[in-house]
Design a protein around this ligand. Structure first.
Ligand SMILES: [Zn+2]
Length: 155
């Protein structure tokens, strides 16, 4: 049972505009198996839970700001020793929804553009995308790699 399920779709701009001054939180959990467009490697442990802790607000410049963090202990393959390892992913989110190139170009550098051409985003797609962006291309154990033997001993 998940702690709190997330909506399937949401309209970021609307959420920000209607948010109280302290912002509207979006807090919940989603399983990797519920994410769409997830890479093959990350599907190895579909029950892994991603914790979502985001805040939708209007910033001082009147921009819609979505800030916070996604976290998950992902099982990935160490690219040095090719053994599975847990990568403690912490993805810092700081995005603002945009509908056009010019809007994206004019965004202050503190935000990444979040493309929302229809005004709505699919939460599962978006979270999968942010996870892929935050995941290193070649994750590896902190050197030196733990050998298979000592890993078995410690478990
Ligand atoms: Zn390794």
């Amino acid at each position: 049972m998940l702690h709190k399920e997330l909506p399937i779709h949401l309209a970021p701009e609307k959420l920000c505009r209607h948010a109280p001054p302290e912002g509207t939180p979006l807090v919940g959990e989603i399983k990797l198996s519920d994410l769409t467009n997830l890479s093959k490697e990350l599907k190895a442990k579909p029950d892994t839970v991603v914790t979502v802790n985001l805040l939708f607000s209007m910033d001082a410049d009147g921009l819609c700001a979505i800030t916070g963090e996604l976290s998950a202990d992902l099982e990935v393959i160490c690219q040095r020793c090719l053994a599975p390892m847990i990568y403690p992913l912490r993805a810092e989110i700081s995005v603002s929804p945009v509908v056009s190139d010019s809007q994206a170009e004019n965004l202050p550098t503190r935000y990444e553009p979040l493309w929302v051409p229809t005004g709505e985003i699919n939460v599962a797609e978006w979270i999968a995308e942010e996870i892929h962006l935050a995941l290193p291309l070649a994750p590896s154990h902190e050197p030196p790699c733990v050998s298979f033997d000592s890993e078995e001993e410690s478990s």
